[in-house]
Design a binder for this molecule. Structure first.
Ligand SMILES: Nc1ncnc2c1ncn2[C@@H]1O[C@H](COP(=O)(O)OP(=O)(O)O)[C@@H](O)[C@H]1O
Ligand SMILES: [Mg+2]
Length: 232
């Protein structure tokens, strides 16, 4: 369970302060798939970074499974990220000098897995995303949609409790993007307690999730099931 209580993120520059997010209060129970929509600058990425402990709130409380994680050091946040979060970004963020399999293994290196376990887990993750047999290629040899599949395999290989995707289809054509969303939802469906949060500009994508948050000016303006929030 994710719980945000009056969370604010302000950005300071010289003598001005700009509100990036908040105040936002919301809970996301285990198992839920949530879409976050809104115009550019609405605070979607800041919300995702806060949930993913890439960033910490200026004020307010973030509880993860009841534990207050709002004021943790970067070191302790990085451990929680490593063990419990999977990230997928618009830019796939793969390392070109590594093979596909090595990219997928990266989180497991940080988790301290043996190389044989890593290779096997990467193989299974690549099977899951439809890239069986591509493990020895370099990331740059793949198409955009395939690279995003590798990024998804890397995000899920450590079996994270929370999957956070920031415009995962933003660089893809619509049919490839649709396949990527289907893949994320299929993987989500396999793990009953996993939370999935997808930031998207695409209403068609948002419709497929359990819940939609509509953001504007750092605030959550609407929060409900897609049929209600995206009715018009
Ligand atoms: N690192 C930063 N420094 C200063 N302002 C930022 C920073 N990141 C985001 N912001 C501001 O916070 C607001 C929300 O940004 P963001 O969360 O990136 O929106 P979105 O992802 O919805 O486009 C915007 O006004 C943006 O300019
Ligand atoms: Mg963004």
């Amino acid at each position: 369970m994710i719980g945000l209580f009056g969370v604010i993120r302000d950005y300071h520059a010289r003598d001005t302060t700009a509100r990036g997010l908040g105040p936002v209060s919301l809970e996301i129970p285990a198992g839920q798939a949530v879409a976050v929509v809104g115009a550019s600058g609405a605070g979607k990425s800041t919300l995702l970074s806060t949930i993913g402990l890439l960033d910490s709130p200026t004020s307010g409380v973030y509880r993860l499974d009841g534990i207050d994680v709002s004021g943790l050091s970067e070191k302790r946040r990085s451990v929680i990220r490593r063990d419990r979060m999977g990230f997928v970004f618009q830019r796939y963020n793969l390392l070109d000098e590594l093979t596909v399999s090595q990219n997928v293994e990266l989180p497991l290196i940080y988790q301290g897995c043996s190389s044989s376990r890593r290779r096997e887990a990467a193989r299974l993750a690549l099977d899951k995303v439809g890239l069986s047999g591509k493990g020895r290629l370099r990331a740059w040899q793949l198409s955009g949609g395939e690279q995003q599949r590798v990024a998804i395999a890397r995000a899920v290989v450590g079996k994270p409790q929370i999957m956070l995707c920031d415009e995962p289809t933003g660089n893809l054509d619509s049919s490839t993007g649709q396949l990527i969303i289907k893949l994320l939802l299929d993987i989500h469906g396999e793990s009953p307690n996993r939370i999935l949060v997808v930031v998207t500009h695409n209403v068609g994508v948002a419709r497929q999730l359990d819940r939609v948050l509509v953001m504007r000016d750092g605030l959550v303006m609407q929060d409900g099931i897609p049929q209600e929030v995206l009715a018009q």
